[in-house]
Design a protein around this ligand. Sequence first.
Ligand SMILES: Cc1cc2nc3c(=O)[nH]c(=O)nc-3n(C[C@H](O)[C@H](O)[C@H](O)COP(=O)(O)O)c2cc1C
Length: 210
Amino acid sequence: MDWNFDELERAKRYKLLVSLVVPRPIALVSTQDENGKCNAAPFSFFNVIGDEPPIVILSIEDRNSGPMKDTARNILATGEFVVNLVDEAIAEKMHACSDDYPPETNEIEVVGFTPLPSVRVKPPRLAEAPVSLECTLHSKIDMGNRRIVIGQVRHLHVRDELVDPVNFRVDMDKYHPVGRLFANRYCKTGEQFALEKNAYLKRMQKAGRA
Ligand SMILES: Cc1cc2nc3c(=O)[nH]c(=O)nc-3n(C[C@H](O)[C@H](O)[C@H](O)COP(=O)(O)O)c2cc1C
């Protein structure tokens, strides 16, 4: 099967892309509006795309009715946000943050997360998140009804037990991030495998085939 994406209708493109390009990491983004009102919502059109400068990207679709989602509105108004990463323990609460609350709702309170003051930005980070990235707005691209938000990571918090501060290694036996599949489906990251660098090349060289 194959499709010409210039011709395929939008809903079908979306369905194929979000179901096939999986799993995606999840950013549970906390923001504040100009008056300090807090908001939290999950985004899986999200990734880290560089380290110099340290850059994350979010793609936030406008509401079907037209206006920007609160997260996009707040980031563009204040230039600040926090990406809280999501592990198994907080997956259900993360999902609940995406429910259709009215704009004045503080999802952090409603869902029962604990806000903690951030160090470099005004929006709070979430105490229950294993990792939080404090970000400032680097740039924005308007693409159709999407706001592509590019953020620069200014400060990182990680639960103590997850990283060895000497060699900076993450303990994957203790870190259990979840990934987004599609719709309401998620996956765990507990089952991993390792591949040795250059192992294939060495085998081929030994066999005289490379
Ligand atoms: C796991 C997950 C990932 C999501 N990813 C996105 C995304 O990448 N872009 C987007 O516009 N909406 C995404 N959504 C939907 C938003 O979270 C939802 O529209 C939310 O209500 C927006 O809240 P806000 O208006 O407070 O910003 C996602 C929802 C879930 C549950």
